[in-house]
Design a protein around this ligand. Sequence first.
Ligand code: CTP
Length: 229
Amino acid sequence: MRKPHFPCKILITAGPTHEHLDPVRFITNSSTGTIGYELARCAQERGHKVVLISGPSHLEAPKGVKTVRVTSARQMKREVDRYFPASQCIICAAAVSDFRPARFHAKKNKKTEADTVVRLIKNPDILLSLGRKKKGRILVGFALETDNLLKNSREKLERKNLDLIIANKISLQDSPFGRGRFNYLLIDRQGRDERNGITKTALAGIILDRLEKICYVMLYLYILKGGMT
Ligand code: CTP
């Protein structure tokens, strides 16, 4: 187990969100939370202080990690905003539902003969909102793309004001959700790095190595500017 030279406070989001139409039905995606939980476990083992905000997931909370369970995107945002001020690094690995039903029916919707139309409205973009107020914090995001992986992910890095983005290609035949080996593209302000056939445990280690490197550079620049005098 490798310990960092100085421990950070790291906030991680993981898993999908459930956006309920009624008490029975909801909109979601196939995220299992694996990469977020691997990141939390690995960061905790390295000696960082970790808070994990998780959408619905069957995974067990990593030992020693403060884990807050939420259901919807709006609940996730509330909890992220609560822990954000005290965090130095934030990794948004959750597959947050971009939309939610405009209306929630407190009673189960009965099926009728007629077709049903569900109106969807936009959920808050948690990562985008953090990018606007991050100041000296380090912000890491993920990108799931069906096309133009590099171009779209670079655009996301800029638009959301990130320090690092991990991009995955997704199609109906080939999904990065769950366990197994997959391909990743990692982009930061210095360049990019691509690897194929890697496990999520290994990827979590690679992401944390990068994060720690960015922390050291920021601390070095801070000292150079006389911040520690
Ligand atoms: N994200 C978030 N809140 C949302 C949507 C996404 O925090 N409401 C974060 C995810 O955790 C991820 C990143 O934003 O780190 C990218 O998510 P992705 O779905 O790939 O992109 P979007 O920003 O939703 O853009 P688009 O769907 O147009 O590709």
